[in-house]
Design a binder for this molecule. Structure first.
Ligand code: NAD
Length: 433
């Protein structure tokens, strides 16, 4: 099939590459000229495990191309996938539809023959209707359908998740559109759950899922606080809870709060929709408040480890919002570092993949170390803020010799507590007294 993918970010690029690998002819469109020229020079613009190999393969065999021209990508396409950003409005926190609406307006001019416009971006309920109206307004004779095709990939696992999705949700209100999407997802038929629902249900499924996962994270974080006070061990508690299949063992790791491009904005957007429709979504509202507070609490915890030291030097391991990605957008690490800086701390950071993105947010106000040991040079405390597997192989003796004071605040349960104590560290972990 011929596919146009509008937006080549964390969702659009892996989706385009994945669809090309399945044998489709894909054209990725982005209005960001720098991104398109990098991609055309064979340089990836994001880090995702396994992406490079498939990117090179499909560029070489000509199944994927990159352009800034909407016309080139949309003309003759069977399916046009919208994967542009839906950032939060800075004041109301509702999802801002300006990129979706602009893309819809632009692409409408180039539709030739029956085309399905598939909205992969996370969008409020009823967006399918507004996209349909925009396209019909621009191109009244155009033959098209708009479907909702929410994306559930996890950053860092985008390629894995593309080829092994838990489920594919298709929100289509016409049989013709359903049939075309069924053809697109034929390689997954019988291998995963493909659920066809009303377009508005599909739009809601995405937000309802993300809000639920965010609540689960906030819940285990609250339980971790409780365990610290009561003398229980959150890891034992989580293990025991997770054995109940109704609860499941995923998303039961305490940490510095949820972050990233999706959970914070999607919980806020869902809460906004609740208010708009006059529905009490108090669980989601409480989750948002609790998660905001969590980052402040985590910064305080790190500062309490250096109490009494003026302008302490704090070494930070991890700036990405989670391990396996270079994405620092809404990363708890970024927010915690900013609070520490405001309190006069000197910060050195190291992240295996996200240094460049961290620099975009933090600028030159922090030291960027070249490896996970050097970051700790003369530090008063080491704070682990992202759960990179690499950090598990820290040489604790080497680390201790580099540091001014052997103290660790591990917000990700990455460092072996017993080994750290044996090496002479004072270690503070979450959810354990
Ligand atoms: P992103 O910011 O990384 O990428 C969006 C891209 O769209 C940018 O490169 C931008 O230049 C481009 N763009 C914007 N308007 C355009 C236009 N009119 N024409 C062409 N290109 C245009 O965003 P992302 O992280 O890929 O997220 C995209 C959507 O997918 C969002 O709605 C997000 O909520 C959703 N989503 C993201 C994830 C994730 O893990 N990042 C997961 C599931 C769903």
């Amino acid at each position: 099939m011929k596919i146009g993918v509008v937006g080549t970010g964390y969702v659009g690029l892996p989706t385009g590459v994945g669809l090309a690998e399945l044998g489709n002819e894909v054209i990725c469109i982005d209005k960001d000229e720098n991104k398109i020229s990098s991609l055309n020079e064979g340089k990836l613009t994001i880090f995702e495990d396994g992406l490079e190999e498939l990117f090179v393969k499909n560029v070489t065999n000509g199944r994927i191309r990159f352009t800034t021209s909407m016309q080139e990508g949309v003309e003759n396409a069977d399916v046009v996938i919208l994967a542009v950003g839906t950032p939060p409005n800075p004041v109301t926190k509702e999802a801002d539809m300006k990129y979706i609406h602009a893309a819809a307006e632009e692409l409408a001019h180039y539709i030739t023959g029956y085309t399905v416009i598939a909205v992969k971006s996370t969008v409020p309920v009823n967006t399918g209707d507004s996209v349909e109206n925009i396209i019909a307004g621009q191109h009244p004779k155009g033959e098209f359908d708009v479907v909702s095709l929410p994306e559930f990939l996890r950053e860092g696992f985008a390629i894995h998740d593309f080829f092994n999705p838990d489920r594919i949700i298709v929100g289509a209100n016409s049989e013709r559109a359903k049939a075309l999407i069924a053809k697109l997802y034929e390689p997954f038929a019988g291998k995963t759950n493909i659920l066809y629902v009303h377009r508005r249900s599909s739009e809601t499924i995405k937000y309802a899922s993300n809000a639920f996962l965010a609540m689960k994270i906030q819940y285990i974080n609250e339980m971790a606080d409780f365990c610290e006070k009561s003398g229980a061990d959150i890891y034992e508690v989580a293990q025991g809870m997770g054995l109940d299949t109704r609860i499941g063992n995923k998303f039961l790791n305490p940490g510095p709060g949820y972050g990233g491009f999706c959970f914070p904005k999607d919980t806020n957007a869902m809460a906004y929709m609740g208010r708009t429709y006059g529905v009490d979504l108090s669980l989601i509202e409480a989750t948002i408040r609790g998660n905001d507070k969590r980052k402040i609490n985590m910064a305080e915890r790190i500062l309490s480890a250096v109490k009494g030291i003026s302008n302490p030097k704090i070494a930070v391991l991890g700036t990405a919002f989670k391990g396996g990605t270079d994405d620092c957008r809404e990363s708890p690490a970024m927010q915690i570092i900013q609070i520490l800086l405001q309190q006069g701390a000197k910060i050195a950071v190291y992240d295996p993949k996200a240094m460049e993105n961290a620099h975009k947010i933090l600028g030159d106000g922090v030291i960027y170390a070249s490896n996970m040991h050097d970051v700790a040079q003369n530090a008063d405390v080491l704070a682990v803020l992202t759960e990179w597997e690499d950090f598990k192989s820290l040489d604790l003796i080497r680390l201790k010799n580099l540091m001014k004071t052997p103290k660790i605040v591990d917000l990700r349960h990455i460092i072996n507590r017993e080994a750290a104590k044996e090496a002479g560290f004072e270690i503070c972990s979450l959810g354990i007294k």
